[in-house]
Design a protein around this ligand. Structure first.
Ligand code: WTA
Length: 630
């Protein structure tokens, strides 16, 4: 199939007329021939306590520094700037729970909440540079907590609320966190999820936690340990929780957060992002790609526990002074019109979500969306995995009524923000994330770093540094340099880990991950994490995990397990192992299939050949087996 022959969707006159960016090619050329000039110009649109001396410091490649010498704090631009004038009355957050409870906060109110939270953290001894772990459902306090950390120069490490205690414990230990912020529970499809007891289990396994603050949300009965556990509302009622708190002036390169993401080994990597470059990058990409206007109501329907939520629920949109929508619940509960009901109710202008969510809602048919007036929508967005053309068209035709461009954004936890994405004025090809964002040059290359011919599959690289890039893997500079910059050291390319094709128009078509990372429902998981969860079960001797195509989830996890001697391979054990992985890592990591096998194909050096397992499962040609152990 030739992608270039596919139908191209052109933007309407209306879309073009109101676009923030009216022209791409010339401006793009300029942005890459004078990259520093482009970013200098964007950074000047933000407030700084002190301007930078140098836009980019390349002296310690690949450890790039941006806006060197500049003083800022992301909160200066995300809140402080807005409360000086009329924007203080503007809605910053509209939140709705699955059950329909609504809370909303103006920028003025957001500031008070964040200051109170910040003062509580200070009273608990949190200092600049300390890592605070946050494990919460999608409630406003999660956003307050992140901003409160940033405000006082502490570093947040948000762990997705769907992760289980093992995953939480390992992230707490890796970060050496002294303090944990959580909630009594979350909710999903009408069921209460008991987060505090998961946090308790995690704290048993990670003794570094001295203080745990719990937000009361779901009225669940939880156990509180004296001198360690505090209720947030108790602390908030004390005089220490003053609604005034100075924003700490930081260096542009001071750390803002770490976010763990899965890679090729069992241990997730704590990607480190900084205040200055990340502020500039998230706000610029958000404003230009999604055409943000002052009156916009923006809904990024991701979880703040993943990078999409960090960059495009919290930081980018707040810096741009947008009104953000936050929803704690499932898209299809109690009925498949839940999202469309909220788009109509709140007059959402831009909806940004994942292909999995779109496919999930599409299967219920058009009538659920058609019952609602979705005419407030101006733009749509997609992220996290390649969007199949069928889902793209449904999103475009049924949700966007053939008038809203779909901004398909390719990026990663490591990149901090969009690297490849169309602008509203860009002609669209369903399934392609289109062209590089300003300042970036991307390529599809072979192992030597040479461009592969048009239409052929190769490795996706970014050829330059950009302000939103992660600075390192926390505590492991060598691994960072090796993993991302090691393969194309000579050229100075960043290796994304994805395979891709470029077509004759320069559009990028992402094929998928090339390493042992799986995207399941858009969530990023490592095969190694799933395998070690399986092996931690007493019945299992060895395990392998692979991803196989799945209609809704993009990929589904299939696992192969060698049992210990004398353990019977029963159906009950299969179910128990599925459950076990769910308990250890979280429901999203629960395998679709557990298959008992006698042996696993391995290379002579003992590495499991997942490629072979995949090929076999799909009934494909098994390819080059020259390294297989015989
Ligand atoms: C995949 C999510 C195709 C890709 C923001 C990448 C995509 C990984 C797209 C990063 C897209 C993300 N089209 N694939 N628009 N966006 N990916 O760190 O494989 O959770 O490497 O960041 O998601 O996942 P992560």
């Amino acid at each position: 199939m030739s992608e270039t022959k596919q139908q191209v969707y052109y933007p309407s006159e209306d879309v073009i007329k109101q676009a923030n960016v009216q022209e791409y090619s010339e401006r793009y050329q300029k942005s890459i021939s004078d990259r520093e000039g482009f970013w200098d110009e964007q950074a000047k649109l933000l407030e700084w306590y002190k301007p930078w001396d140098k836009v980019l410091d390349e002296s310690q490649k690949p450890f790039y520094k941006w806006f060197v010498g500049g003083k800022t704090n992301i909160v200066q631009n995300a809140i402080d700037r807005h409360i000086k004038g009329a924007d203080r009355n503007k809605l910053a957050i509209i939140w709705e729970s699955e059950g329909g409870e609504v809370r909303s906060f103006s920028y003025y109110a957001l500031n008070r909440e964040v200051c109170q939270f910040a003062n509580i953290l200070i009273s608990m001894g949190v200092k600049k540079g300390d890592i605070v772990t946050i494990y919460m459902p999608q409630i406003p306090e999660l956003v307050f907590a992140m901003l409160a950390c940033a405000k006082i120069g502490a570093v947040h490490s948000v762990v997705y609320g769907g992760f289980s205690y093992e995953a939480l414990a390992s992230r707490i230990s890796d970060a050496n966190s002294r303090i944990l912020l959580t909630a009594d529970g979350g909710s999903r499809r009408g069921k209460k999820i008991d987060l505090k007891s998961i946090a308790d289990e995690a704290m048993k396994r990670s003794p570094t936690i001295e203080v745990c603050i719990t937000v009361k949300y779901n009225q669940l009965d939880v156990s509180m340990e004296a001198a360690r556990d505090f209720w947030f509302h108790d602390l908030k009622a004390l005089p220490i929780a003053s609604p005034k708190c100075e924003t700490v002036q930081l260096d542009a390169e001071d750390p803002l957060f770490i976010l763990y993401t899965s890679g090729t080994t069992g241990k997730p990597k704590g990607m480190l992002h900084t205040h200055g470059g990340y502020s500039v990058y998230t706000s610029t990409t958000h404003k230009m790609a999604f055409d943000i206007k002052p009156e916009d109501r923006w809904w990024c329907a991701a979880d703040p526990g993943w990078i999409t939520g960090h960059s495009y629920i919290v930081y980018g949109p707040l810096i741009n002074g947008a009104t953000i929508m936050l929803y704690e619940g499932a898209p299809d509960y109690p009925y498949p019109n839940r999202w469309w009901q909220m788009v109509e109710k709140y007059g959402i202008n831009i909806l940004y979500t994942s292909p999995t969510a779109i496919r999930g809602l599409m299967r219920f048919g058009d009538q659920w969306a058609k019952r609602h007036d979705l005419s407030s929508l101006r733009l749509l967005g997609s992220v996290g995995e390649p969007i199949n053309p069928e889902a793209w068209r449904w999103y475009y035709e049924v949700i966007g009524n053939n008038r809203c461009p779909i901004i398909d954004t390719w990026w990663q936890t490591e990149t901090g923000g969009f690297i490849i994405c169309p602008l509203p004025i860009t002609p669209l090809k369903p399934g392609s994330a289109a062209q590089p964002f300003f300042g970036n040059e991307v390529g599809v290359v072979d192992d030597q770093g040479n461009e592969v011919p048009v239409g052929e599959e190769g490795k996706l690289v970014i050829k330059n540094p950009w302000p939103g890039m992660a600075r390192t893997i926390m505590g492991d500079d060598d691994r960072y340099a090796e993993l991302y910059w090691g393969d194309y050291q000579k050229q100075g390319y960043y290796k994304a880990g994805d395979s891709a094709k470029m077509d004759a128009d320069g559009y990028i078509w992402i094929i998928g991950r090339m390493d042992e990372v799986l995207k399941v429902s858009g969530y990023r998981l490592g095969t190694a994490e799933i395998e070690s969860a399986l092996v931690s079960h007493p019945a299992v001797s060895e395990a392998a995990a692979i991803g196989l195509p799945h209609e809704l989830k993009g990929n589904a996890i299939h696992t192969y397990v060698i049992l210990k001697a004398n353990v019977a391979a029963t159906k009950a054990l299969q179910a128990e192992l599925q459950q076990h992985v769910g308990n250890e890592l979280g429901k999203i990591a629960q395998p679709e299939e557990v298959i008992f096998v006698e042996s696993l194909p391995k290379t002579r050096s003992g590495k499991i050949m997942r490629r072979l397992l995949r090929a076999k499962a799909l009934g494909l040609d098994e390819g080059d087996l020259s390294t297989l152990e015989t």
